[in-house]
Write a protein that binds this ligand. Structure first.
Ligand code: PLP
Length: 421
């Protein structure tokens, strides 16, 4: 098979007919597969059912977890997340089941109370930096609060720091979203150099925040998790302790619907956050916090638990990578994809202008993928090239079927594009 990019019209037309025949046969199989969301599969959720056997409600200090109190979380939970995030437990707040909700609350607090500076709402032209491709729901939060979303290209070692360093000179720029370990959707990890440069930023906005969402910090697919440099240590070293707010949750350690989330921040920012949350809630679900502490114990135990997750999901990632390599061989550089060492996604890049068509072809044949463009501010990928693949939820055989169809769709969309169809 020749390189599509060097084929003439007649050859491309013949290839289109060949691909269409395969596509129609696949379509006739009546597939019904969903690879659109980064969800754990039922076997992964089963790993944590032991949580529900825990009936303890007395915390280590003797307090009753069933009652009100401890807005910032029970001490043993703050300690556990302090160990995970690599920060002083006194600067950790343990929340409810969703870290995204904590992020939303923080952006709301910045808008209303300012988190140590002028409330962001008072700046009509407020902006937020969004490394792209990135996590759609981050972008949605800042869009919801009226920020202009400014795209920054993501590289294999993190956001393009040359661009970030320039953009933060603008006082309207109030923060940046970061997924430092196994980023959503590329699966990239920030280099030490990127972390140091972020920590050394001198933004014009006095209350600029680095929203450091370490959602996948322990979700490794290799022998051990990647050790992304600790942003808090780096910020302390550069004298910018109040710059970062760190987030994580157990959504993909235990249960996405019933896990525990946490945040951490410098002492002043932490005090402001606690003050801003005070009118909202008396205390989060401390019984669940206690269950999680007793079940997960410490970081070493969490890593053992994640090893069991890995055994379930790694074969799916491996199958997807193998079938992409097989299905997109011998047709020239019409697509490339990332090779994540952890996390929940990988990114597939089609020829520019082909991602939407590829996703539509898959959908028509019964395979639902994340909408093309979802990983970009306002849902628009200017190049129309990125497709986020999420292989964890479907069964292995389904991942295989879906990937085979996807390869045909990528090829067909490329040929149509080259034909100018
Ligand atoms: C980067 C990232 N952050 C946060 C979340 C959601 O986390 P939570 O369930 O704790 O709200 C996700 C879920 O896909 C994610 O990919």
């Amino acid at each position: 098979m020749a390189d599509y990019l060097s084929m003439g019209k007649a050859e491309l037309e013949a290839e289109r007919q060949r691909l269409l025949a395969i596509y129609e046969t696949k379509k006739a199989e009546g597939l019904k597969l969903d690879m659109s969301r980064g969800k754990p599969c039922p076997e992964q959720l089963d790993l944590s059912m032991g949580l529900l056997d825990i009936k303890e409600y007395k915390t280590e200090s003797g307090a009753d977890a069933r009652n009100y109190g401890f807005l910032e979380g029970i001490p043993e939970a703050r300690r556990l997340f302090g160990e995970l995030l690599g920060v002083d437990p006194a600067q950790v707040l343990v929340g409810g089941n969703s870290s995204l909700q904590l992020m939303y609350d923080i952006i709301a607090a910045g808008c209303k109370d300012g988190l140590g500076g002028t409330p962001w709402n008072e700046d009509e032209h407020r902006k937020f930096l969004c490394p792209v491709p990135g996590y759609d729901r981050h972008f949605r939060v800042t869009e919801h609060f009226g920020f202009d979303l400014i795209s920054v290209p993501m590289r294999e070692d993190g956001p393009d720091m040359e661009i970030v360093e320039q953009l933060v000179k603008d006082p309207h720029v109030k923060g940046i979203w970061c997924v430092p370990t196994y980023s959503n959707p590329d699966g990239y990890c920030y280099s030490d150099e990127t972390v140091r440069r972020l920590a050394a930023l001198e933004p014009a906005a006095d209350n600029f925040k680095i929203m450091w969402d370490n959602a996948y910090m322990v979700h490794y697919l290799e022998d051990a998790p990647e050790q992304t440099m600790n942003i808090m240590d780096a910020c302390i070293a550069s004298g910018h302790e109040e710059l970062p707010i760190l987030f994580c949750s157990t959504s993909k350690i235990t249960f996405p619907g019933a896990g525990v989330s946490a945040l951490a921040a410098g002492p002043k920012t932490f005090a402001q956050i606690s003050k801003s949350l005070f009118p909202m809630i008396i205390s989060f679900d401390k019984m669940n916090q206690l269950r999680h502490v007793l079940f997960l114990k410490d970081k070493a135990h969490i890593l053992l638990h994640m090893e069991r997750h890995k055994q379930i999901i790694k074969p799916k990632f491996d199958a997807m990578r193998r079938l992409l390599a097989e299905g997109l061989a011998d047709c020239g550089p019409i697509a490339h994809w990332t090779d994540p060492k952890g996390g929940y996604f990988l990114s597939l890049y089609t020829l520019p202008g082909c991602a939407k068509r590829t996703v539509a072809l898959c959908k028509e044949a019964g395979v639902v993928l994340t909408g093309a463009g979802a990983a970009y501010p306002y849902g628009v990928d200017p190049e129309d090239t990125n497709i986020r693949l999420a292989p964890t939820f479907p069964q292995l055989g389904e991942v295989e079927e879906a990937t085979k169809l996807l390869c045909i769709a990528v090829r067909l969309a490329a040929v149509e594009h080259l034909l100018g169809a």
